[in-house]
Write a protein that binds this ligand. Structure first.
Ligand code: SF4
Ligand code: SF4
Ligand code: SF4
Length: 588
């Protein structure tokens, strides 16, 4: 690697030719503040509009200041990052930003996580010398995401995320000068666009301009209504990230403490979405087996690949962008919706109640699950299967406002019958996990042999698009070929190839978020640090490795559910409760 010799704050160093001043400074432990810039290693995400100018530095005593995020190092550069003048410039930039920013810190949902607030504090901005017109833009309230554009600092991180990484093309800068905002085409509301509600724009927004629709208060109200039982289900990815809100390392498994916290908050029953993940595999695994059998028998009505359908953002993406491929996804509902349907239609009756007597709350790493819960097909006579969906972050707030010292909690265990799950269910939380869980079950069902080594390591990894083969499962003399993608841009890349015939796979897993649900839009903010997502990945895998039961079809409570109520996977009753339909939606 070719390097150049440079000096940063008097420290002589060498940096790779072509690297930025920001990267060179970081490599020797010199921190330069940034605001619009964000680079997430391993994901391809780089926002480099250099619009905020907070990272400006002095170079070789020249009069002009240079943005460190986009200026490349060159031989002999003498860089200063922390002079008195620079501190003054940064303070002035912050004052200008704050001059047209609502001073809502006490009530803002990003308070404590806001990068603008943190910088204003670091630079001790106590007075704002500039006064001027204030933006007044309407607040856009969707079921999942709120756009409060008066707080927007035009960093355009959301735009890069939505267009370059997710390829959803929902957000872009519109209008000019003081009127500029980042908004959907024709300044429509998100709900009227092709937005998938993946929440990745929320995950990268440095301020409170984009945030989740918070349903914490609705949960508090439901818990205080003594005429109803309130039950809660928790998704797999939540348990390896929730601890971050309470000082635990990313990836720490806090399942036991989380269950105890939920009981103390007042939920009548604390259940595990993992149970429904095992149930999902029973349905998706059967569908995979049937489609493979039909394909081998030459049935022209059978389509391969089969596509997992657990991610509601991904489902909305295919409805908008690939309406000609709606027969590809499995018709199995997501674990959130399977759980709620079974809870309201079977469990309540077993308990002697009606579905109106219970409130189902889901805790998800995801913002798209809020939207999914609101889809009309997931309700009966106006009563939704999932009443309230809250994110990992909202759960953390609920725990904090309940005065619970999370780190001091003893470990609790989930209630049954929906409290037992296999390791295969845990890995639903990471990219490649759903298809690995399906492969574990499909192998035994298709070959009739016991699967000794359940670790399909070729299905794991963090590359955006992965193609892997499972030689243990042969389709007409060739190994089962699986495509795995995470991030919607990667999904588009693979789907285009499948549509044109350039790539052929038998099964496909797509997750909208980078890393899968562990990187979901409702997880604790990672502030662009992909190492956090890697640690959550390892945390999820460790839970799977530690379980004795690692195949979904071995779950005794899932077997009992079929014996008592559903008959077989894909039976008429299973179809009624556990399967859904997809709808072609407008392209733009
Ligand atoms: S939620 Fe996803 S699709 Fe919607 S605007 Fe944000 S990044 Fe784009
Ligand atoms: S909404 Fe947030 S991420 Fe998007 S431009 Fe505004 S401040 Fe940046
Ligand atoms: S990958 Fe997971 S967290 Fe992200 S949108 Fe899909 S279901 Fe939600």
């Amino acid at each position: 690697m070719e390097t150049v010799k440079i000096k940063i704050n008097g420290i002589e160093t060498e940096a790779p030719k072509g690297s930025t001043i920001l990267a060179a400074a970081k490599s020797i432990g010199v921190h330069i503040p940034t605001l619009c810039h964000l680079k997430m290693e391993d994901t391809g995400y780089v926002n480099n509009f250099a619009s905020c100018r907070i990272c400006v530095v002095e170079v070789n005593g020249q009069e002009n200041l240079y943005p460190a995020c986009e200026t490349k190092v060159s031989q002999g550069m003498d860089i200063v990052t922390n002079s008195t003048e620079l501190i003054q410039v940064r303070k002035s930039i912050l004052e200008l930003l704050l001059s047209n920013h609502p001073k809502d810190c006490l009530t803002c949902s990003k308070s404590g996580e806001c990068e603008l607030q943190e910088l204003a504090d670091q630079f001790r901005v106590k007075n704002i010398r500039f006064e001027g017109e204030q933006s007044t833009y309407r607040v856009d309230n969707s079921p999942a995401i709120i756009r409060d554009i008066d707080k927007c600092i035009m960093c355009r991180r959301c735009e890069t995320m939505c267009n370059k990484i997710q390829t959803c093309y929902v957000l872009s800068a519109v209008n000019r000068g003081f009127e500029s905002v980042v908004a959907p085409t024709h300044e429509q509301d998100l709900e009227d666009t092709t937005c998938t509600f993946c929440g990745q724009c929320v995950a990268v927004c440095p301020v409170g301009a984009l945030h989740e629709r918070d349903y914490t208060w609705e949960v508090v109200e439901a818990l205080s209504d003594k005429s109803k039982k309130v039950i809660v289900q928790v998704a797999p990815a939540v348990r390896v990230a929730l601890g971050e809100e309470f000082g635990f390392e990313p990836g720490t498994d806090v399942t036991g403490k989380m269950v105890t916290a939920l009981r103390r908050i007042g939920f009548d029953y604390v259940f595990d979405t993992n149970f429904a993940a095992d149930l999902t595999i029973m349905e998706e695994g059967t569908e995979l087996k049937k489609r493979i059998e039909g394909y081998l028998a030459g049935d022209e009505n059978v389509k391969l690949p089969i596509l997992t359908s657990c991610c509601p953002a991904w489902v909305k993406f295919i409805e908008h962008n690939y309406p000609d491929m709606l027969d590809v996804p499995s018709s199995a509902k997501s674990p959130q919706q399977m759980f709620s349907a079974v809870a309201k239609e079977i469990w309540t009756k077993e308990m002697g109640w009606e579905r109106e007597n219970i409130t189902v709350v889901s805790i998800m790493p995801c913002l798209a699950k809020k939207y999914e819960a609101s889809r009309e097909e997931f309700s009966k006579d106006g009563n939704p299967d999932t009443d309230i969906s809250i994110s990992t972050r909202e759960l953390a707030n609920l725990i904090k406002q309940s005065g619970i010292s999370f780190d001091m909690l003893e470990d609790g265990t989930f209630d049954n019958p929906f409290g037992v799950s296999s390791g295969a269910a845990d890995i639903f939380g990471r990219t490649g996990g759903v298809i690995e869980a399906a492969a574990r079950t499909a192998y035994e069902w298709i070959t009739g042999n016991e699967l000794e080594n359940v670790d399909f390591k070729q299905l794991r990894g963090l590359e955006g698009v992965r193609i892997a083969e499972v030689p243990e499962l042969q389709i007409a003399g060739s190994p089962l070929r699986i495509g795995i993608t995470h991030g919607l841009g990667a999904a588009r890349e693979l789907l285009d190839k499948i549509r044109s015939g350039e790539e052929v796979v038998h099964a496909l897993e797509i997750m909208a978020c980078k890393g899968g649900c562990i990187g979901g839009g409702g997880q604790p903010y990672h502030h662009g640090n992909f190492e956090i997502i890697k640690k959550r990945f390892e945390g999820i895998q460790a839970i799977d490795n530690s379980k004795e039961m690692r195949k979904s079809h071995e779950n005794p409570y899932v077997k009992e559910l079929y014996e008592k109520y559903l008959g077989e996977p894909m039976s008429h009753r299973a179809h009624e409760l556990l399967h859904t339909k997809y709808f072609a939606r407008k392209k733009s």
